[in-house]
Design a protein around this ligand. Structure first.
Ligand code: PEP
Ligand code: MN
Length: 263
């Protein structure tokens, strides 16, 4: 069902204010984690002013260490809904367990399936039964064909609103947190009609590298971007080292617009 055959063009996924797969690049931006209401509402206002079309923020956080901040869970989902009410931005947030899909879907416009869960088949099936759009992130060691088969679980469950996300893979290279392969974008456009989003924040793991990789993603034909932005990155409870300030994000958006006009 994900195959390009029988589809002339990229499918359009729409969820509230977010359109991915249309003429312009959909931009999902916000903090890695929802930390408090002031933080998420301020982030929503700032990213909207800069031109983002959806808000991101994790309430259920899949952390490498059990001792790291695990997210505010339902309390965080409520804060995301408040930020949507204040700004009109669609909410994109991660769901990490099949039994949470209905709860997260009550608050979110888009269910994010994180890299660590790309092959959690019960979670994929539960998202397939949901009426919410899904952002499926590539597993750090998954091939693109494995990602397409993971998407197939969601599509086969009856949910056609699926976006694929390249967020970098694990390689021998340690200068960046992951290695971000941008050939993924044209490759997936050849293979599938599903729209393709790139995450240069996780893909690089360094704020200073995000703008150039976002520009390169747009030049490669990405349908969307997902970017980590925090009011005060050095105080962030997760992923501050790869998060942009509001001003940096605004400058990145302007740079990406110039690339989009040129290609
Ligand atoms: C995130 O988006 O904050 C996240 C945890 O991403 P990934 O699943 O790609 O690591
Ligand atoms: Mn993160």
């Amino acid at each position: 069902m994900a195959s390009r055959e029988a589809h002339d063009c990229t499918s359009v996924v729409k969820a509230g204010s977010l359109t991915v797969g249309g003429a312009s690049v959909g931009v999902i931006a916000g903090p890695c984690s929802v930390e408090d209401e002031e933080q998420i509402v301020a982030s929503a206002r700032a990213v909207k002013a800069a031109g983002a079309t959806a808000l991101r923020g994790g309430a259920f956080k899949p952390r490498t260490s059990p001792y790291s901040f695990q997210g505010l869970k339902e309390e965080g989902l409520k804060m995301l809904a408040t930020a949507r009410d204040e700004t009109g931005l669609a909410v994109v947030t991660e769901v990490i367990a099949p039994e949470d899909v209905d709860l997260v879907g009550e608050y979110a416009d888009v269910l994010q399936i994180g890299a660590r869960n790309m092959q959690n088949y019960r979670l994929l099936e539960a998202c397939g039964r949901s009426h919410r759009a899904v952002l499926l992130k590539r597993g750090p060691s998954a091939t693109l064909d494995e990602m397409l088969l993971a998407a197939e679980y969601i599509l086969d469950g009856g949910n056609s609103q699926v976006m694929l996300c390249e967020r970098g893979v694990r390689t021998f290279e340690s200068h960046t947190r992951f290695t971000l392969p941008l050939a993924t974008v044209p490759y997936l456009h050849e293979k599938t009609h599903l729209p393709v989003v790139v995450d240069p924040s996780h893909g690089t793991g360094h704020t200073s590298l995000v703008t150039d990789m976002a520009k390169a993603s747009v030049a490669a034909g990405a349908d969307g971007l997902i970017i980590e932005v925090h009011p005060c990155p050095e105080k962030a409870k997760s992923d501050g080292y790869q998060s942009m300030t509001f001003d940096q994000f605004d400058a990145m958006m302007k740079a990406c617009r110039r690339v989009a006009e040129a290609v």
